[in-house]
Design a protein around this ligand. Structure first.
Ligand code: ADP
Length: 201
């Protein structure tokens, strides 16, 4: 699971790391955005929270992730990006994985200072139909609010997962490939320490 504030590069790293591991990258932000553009019931429920830079309620998010984890491509493992984001989500994830006789192997926290995050997010653009567009929640005021939501609701997960013995922190400033290498090294180390554990094999 990748933990880190908005703009830490979770999405970018998730794609590369999941590709290397041969598992799906599951991004709750991407699933929500796809539902908003597809104007589904879930998208309608999530949209106002996302536009405001607030978290979508745990109930909606957890149900969505459970459905996604039940799909066949997740049976051999998965990488979570952007979930869990609250202690309640983490507890419910732990419980539902436990029911399946499973558990997270490793949590990687991407560490980036806040000045760098604001700089990255306000400059972020994506190419859509040949045009560079800014995500509506990347506007400066919403960015500041998302960072505050992160500090208040998500940052406590760092200590929570540390207490679970799952956390590795990596410096996420530098070239994308450098950060990927740090992430893969940390993942190797934490999988190594768990290879003789109950989930071995
Ligand atoms: P970022 O990490 O840059 O904030 P994401 O794509 O992960 O971007 O999330 C975008 C928005 O989607 C969040 O601001 C929030 O509204 C919603 N969201 C994503 N994941 C969750 C989650 N686990 N719980 C609640 N809301 C979420």
């Amino acid at each position: 699971m990748l933990l880190g504030p908005p703009g830490a590069g979770k999405g970018t790293q998730a794609q590369v790391i999941a590709g290397q591991l041969g598992v799906p990258a599951i991004s709750t932000g991407d699933i929500f955005r796809a539902n908003v553009s597809g104007e589904t019931e879930l998208g309608l429920q999530a949209k106002s929270y996302m536009d405001a830079g607030d978290l979508v309620p745990d109930e909606i998010t957890v149900a969505m992730v459970k459905t996604r984890l039940a799909e066949t491509d997740a049976k051999g493992g998965f990488l979570l990006d952007g979930f869990p984001r609250t202690i309640a989500q983490a507890e419910q994830l732990k419980e539902s994985l436990h029911e399946l006789g499973d558990a997270l192997d490793c949590v990687l926290e991407l560490v980036v200072d806040e000045d760098e995050l604001v700089r990255r997010l306000s400059g972020r653009r994506t190419l859509v139909d040949g045009q560079w567009v800014q995500r509506s929640d990347d506007e400066p005021e919403t960015v500041r609010h998302r960072l505050q939501v992160y500090r208040e609701q998500t940052a406590p997960l760092s200590g929570w997962y540390e207490a679970e013995g799952l956390l590795s922190r990596i410096d996420a400033i530098g070239a994308v490939e450098e950060v990927t290498q740090r992430a893969l090294d940390a993942l190797e180390a934490c999988r190594g320490t768990r290879s003789d554990g109950p989930g071995a094999g």
